[in-house]
Design a protein around this ligand. Structure first.
Ligand SMILES: [Zn+2]
Length: 397
């Protein structure tokens, strides 16, 4: 009989049973009513968890030259790959994700999200940003190409508060749920510390937050360090992604406004293993990031879990939870960051992230005990999303 983790309390029910009716959980406990005609699935020696949440993905990216793939591959071609990526993420146990920008595929993510919602293709529940927003010559612009070729940015240009508002309106018209803004870059290590210019002022980010709120949306930022991270916190963004360098004042605001940092260790680690040259460049960044992360954990700021998957293979990103444990968090704290803060960040509080009556039946099974060995989450054998079985263990097929 499987065990069941109550994420909020950290209590493990053994055995743990879940009754699913329609797309929702209707009962949870050591034993639930076995109704006549119900299909009974015994997942054996596993632990049942709520579906995993990845708060930072790129369905429209795949391994290999990130800036060139977005120039060479057409949007239809990239959309086909995004559909496969969504399936791979779901099969790995990620039943909800926040897509942080199509990187030059416009609002093609709208079509992917809508097709998943209609049950036409398998994939996680999605919150999508459309294309991200960035300044001219900013982090995501095609700065290294011949200017006469007019290679465009992977993000949408906006150079003032008015232009940010216009870009947000266009993206929302095309189906976006939230706004992704590049707030810092390019990054350099200087004298053992990260230096990264900010892109928008706190006032400009506030204009974005206000405009997004108008339609019930939020703003998430790519922000590696100060002062961009401070400006983002002051503006009241929903999350600070990458969040390598956070000042004491920034962390104070993040705690008081409950703004999670999304560390994205998995992408940093992946680039370390890409090539010797890349490792030499990224090594000092990762070392610095780990040191700062330990400070952030000690300061008690909220975290959510996002891997930045896309540049590395979809379906492998549960590694992010392992890395957050490796660098200083307890397994239960990482699972709570993933599921409780993830649900809130994606706007699905009370709907996903817990195994409780009334919640969506988004359920995964992992071997062993993730509280003792977090790597269990990298071996999901069963996936249910909204009451539909998406993946069955080999032995039960
Ligand atoms: Zn990203």
């Amino acid at each position: 009989m499987p065990r069941l983790l109550e994420v909020e309390s950290g209590r493990v029910l053994a055995p743990g049973e879940i009754l699913v009716e329609g797309d929702r959980i209707s009962a949870v406990g050591p034993s639930v009513p076995h109704q006549a005609g119900a299909q009974i699935i015994d997942l054996g020696d596993t632990t049942l968890l709520p579906g995993l949440i990845d708060a930072h993905v790129h369905l429209f990216l795949h391994p290999g030259a990130e800036d060139l793939q977005t120039v060479e591959e057409s949007v239809p071609q990239r959309t086909v790959l995004a559909i496969l990526a969504a399936r791979d993420d779901l099969m790995a146990g990620f039943t909800a994700e926040r897509d942080m920008g199509t990187e030059g595929a416009g609002s093609a993510d709208t079509a992917v999200r809508d097709a998943i919602n209609k049950g036409l293709i398998p994939g996680p529940r999605l919150r999508i940003s459309g294309n991200a927003i960035d300044i001219l010559g900013g982090h995501e612009d095609a700065n290294r190409f011949n200017p006469e070729q007019h290679v465009l940015s992977n993000a949408t240009y906006a150079n003032s508060a008015d232009e940010i508002v216009a870009a947000i309106r266009q993206q929302h018209k095309e189906g976006s749920d939230f706004v992704k803004i590049y707030e810092t870059g390019p990054d350099v290590m200087q004298g053992g510390a990260l230096r990264t210019p900010y892109q928008y002022t706190a006032a400009q980010l506030s204009a974005a937050v206000e405009e997004a709120a108008r339609f019930g949306g939020v703003v998430a930022v790519h922000a590696m360090g100060e002062p961009g991270t401070l400006y983002a916190a002051q503006a009241g963004v929903a999350s600070i992604d990458h969040a390598t360098q956070l000042s004491d004042e920034t962390m104070r605001i993040m705690k008081s406004k409950n703004i999670p940092a999304v560390p994205t260790f998995a992408i940093f680690e992946y680039f370390m293993h890409e090539s010797a040259a890349r490792a030499a460049r990224e090594g000092p960044f990762l070392e610095y990031k780990i040191k700062e992360f330990k400070r952030q954990v000690a300061a008690g700021i909220p975290f959510a879990v996002g891997s930045d998957v896309g540049p590395f293979p979809h379906g492998t990103q549960a590694r992010e939870l392992e890395l957050m444990v490796k660098y200083g968090m307890k397994p239960l704290a990482v699972l709570q960051a993933d599921m409780l803060n993830g649900a809130r960040l994606l706007g699905w509080s009370g709907q996903i992230g817990q195994l409780k009556p009334g919640f969506y039946a988004d359920i995964v099974a992992v071997p062993g005990s993730p509280l003792e060995d977090i790597t269990a989450v990298e071996h999901v054998s069963f996936v249910m999303k909204g009451g539909i079985i998406e993946r069955m263990p080999q032995a039960l097929r």
